[in-house]
Ligand binder design. Sequence first.
Ligand code: ZN
Ligand code: ZN
Length: 343
Amino acid sequence: MTWEERWHPLRQEWVIVAAHRQNRPWKGSTIVEGGSALPRYVPDCYLCPGNLRVSGRRNASFTGVFVFDNDHPSVGPEAPLELSPPPGIYRARPARGLSRVVCYSPHHDLTLAELDILEVETLLREWQAQYRELGSHADIAHVLVFENKGEVVGVSNPHPHGQIYATNFVFRTIEVEVLASRQHLAESGSVLFADIIAAEQADGRRILSENETAIAFVPYFARYAYETFVAPKRSVASLADLDARELRDFALVLKDVLQRFDNLWQMSFPYVMVLHQAPTDGADYSAFHFHVEFHPPLRKPNLLKFLAGPEIGGGCFLSDTSPEEKAAELRAAAGPHYKSVAR
Ligand SMILES: [Zn+2]
Ligand SMILES: [Zn+2]
């Protein structure tokens, strides 16, 4: 039984771990993620190679990774510049920036977890290039690379893809992590995330995958069941700072984690994946340590973690699961990918 409060050093907030409640009676909605086999190519999929998109633009006949400007951008160069002035203390400004879609593969029926290691590396190199290119724009302060996976997080098209929001401001979570990291460096002389890795290695129970230069673990302060961080061991500000060998190591650990997710319940595992990279506004980010965060929305194969009073209303998480137990389940779900075994 775990029933305690744990400090989240990157967000500087408490997480209530109340794992003793996990088996309380439940009559809420259950989730079933699509299990039916998909075709390799779908004629009316807006992400498959050669297809026409709603904008009238046609996808290239791509064979690897394919990037295009989002046809329904959240931030974009066409956002209105003339805004009506808000009343009183309120502020507004144009939603400028760039929104892009990144197709991971031409194959409609695959997921990131099923790509081979060279394909994962190719994707990582594309993310590096996008971060460098978008980050070099004078009016872009931050590049948010992410993937929403699964119908339960609102994704209706299973074609493997992620998104990029390059914005004129820094997203709040990154801003908070930057402040926490700078404060920690000033007070202790060390990089916060490096100290987190050291604490995880000293404990060992929550480490899922590790090689010479990369590591993955369920953090001690996990807010979601199966929440997982993937990071290089060297403190670098972004993915773009990894050399070829570190990139390979990172790809191996990332793929290992993704296979464990799918193997856990023998189903395509839904998640929100976000690359936490330093802002690109030219300030000093030597205290920041690049990492990828996975936030899985399910606690069990068909049980959604609802965000409610504590999370939405109070801004702090109540975790119904013990990070040690969830890590143990993932540690036992090693690859290869269950689909490749079944074939
Ligand atoms: Zn497709
Ligand atoms: Zn983070």
